[in-house]
Design a protein around this ligand. Sequence first.
Ligand SMILES: Cc1cc2nc3c(=O)[nH]c(=O)nc-3n(C[C@H](O)[C@H](O)[C@H](O)COP(=O)(O)OP(=O)(O)OC[C@H]3O[C@@H](n4cnc5c(N)ncnc54)[C@H](O)[C@@H]3O)c2cc1C
Ligand code: HEM
Length: 407
Amino acid sequence: MLSATTKETIRATLPAVGAAIGDITTLFYRRMFAAEPGLERDLFNRGNQQQGGQQKALAGAIAAFAALQLEPDQARVDLILSRIANKHASLGIQPAQYVIVHKYLFEAIAEVLGDAVTTEVAAAWDELYWLMAETLIAMESGLYQAADVADGHVWRQVRVRERRNESDDAVSFVLTSLDDTALPTFSPGQYLSVGVHLEDGARQIRQYSLSSAPSSGDWRVTVKRVDAHTLPDGSATPPGEVSNFLYRNLFEGDVLDVTTPFGDLVLQDDDAPLLLISAGIGCTPIIGMLGHLAETADPRSISVIHADRAPSSHAHRAELAELVDRLPFAVMHRWYEDLGARRPEDGLREGRADLGDITVADGTRAYLCGPLPFMLGVREALLDKGIAPDNIHYEVFGPDHLAPARS
Ligand SMILES: Cc1cc2nc3c(=O)[nH]c(=O)nc-3n(C[C@H](O)[C@H](O)[C@H](O)COP(=O)(O)OP(=O)(O)OC[C@H]3O[C@@H](n4cnc5c(N)ncnc54)[C@H](O)[C@@H]3O)c2cc1C
Ligand code: HEM
């Protein structure tokens, strides 16, 4: 907990710091990477840095954490920090690295805010930083312990047992241990990090959700190749670095660097009716969850909703239908923007997903994964249908700058 004086200083300076936090985090990363280029090359996701997503996520998290010290809401603090701690654990972040981040963050704060940073102001934000850092360090240590690894030692090598096309641009890889010993188990919905050495010498890391059920013993990930595309302003974006690397270079028998699974989008341990909603490659954690529910012959009412561009781009399309068939009380609704020559039928429609006629039982828990605009729309629709905000769980396939902003 912060001291009373610190709280008052944070209260007085939060508007100014909050207004400048975007500039502060941008400058922070620039300074840190100039001094420690290895961090940008080998640890941070340089695609997120180019797009500004990570700067926004860090800014949002710090501002929200500060505001939550003034108007406490422990559930929100836990939600924000759990997301970060899981991501950090999946990257093997260690306590000593918090000192490095502190150094460059506070240099950036001093440079952006100038004379406004008096000794008293600096001390108050310092206390806040360490409160946040120490809470994260403790959570990460708990995650490492639960995964039975020493702090930060999350990497291992696995072998690709099988590679399979899952759609016109997604491919799955079944991963197995090098020595045929069992891989650690995981909770359906979790992800692992994959590290690859790219042609320019960088070692870039990305996360991929497990699309298999824990009972299979193997880990399966499904990777969608991210193509270059043209933005509405006419500028072009480059092809995704790691997804294309994996798509082009990873085949049966190859060895891959991955981490132990982490992630907090996991099926809660209760018997609430379920709504599993995905779009595009966001199907992966949902397929993992469904695989687990089918294996355990779960007797709950389960509605599965998936939206995609077309049947040809729908990864795990046949597997989804097969898993729903195996569940006694599950129904499936699919929307494709382009159905091709197929005709709409019960549960299969053309256009964008519309939850209008989906009925929702009391106490339903919803699990969402897909592009941000899709999830925002779905979340609004679910709130309108009376689902409690705490019962809506989601995964973002990138830096989550929404968690801190969510009401
Ligand atoms: C928890 C989690 C789970 C995930 N699960 C999955 C999964 O199951 N399957 C899956 O396929 N993906 C998943 N992802 C996404 C995955 O981690 C990668 O983000 C994805 O594969 C793209 O990585 P990349 O290296 O190919 O693209 P990057 O090189 O990181 O590029 C990402 C985007 O940024 C754009 N970009 C890069 N540089 C610039 C620039 N200079 N200017 C403008 N735009 C730029 C690229 O064009 C591209 O659109 C998950 C992510 C998270 C966080
Ligand atoms: C109090 C200190 C810190 C805060 C508040 C913080 C906050 C965050 C946030 C909000 C994210 C995005 C999480 C998501 O949405 O998935 C993140 C990711 C990350 N953090 Fe931290 N972090 C801190 C310390 C550190 C430290 C010490 C390191 C190690 C150098 C580190 C390395 C990373 C990396 C590599 C990512 C993933 C970046 C990406 O994928 O683009 N963080 N952190």
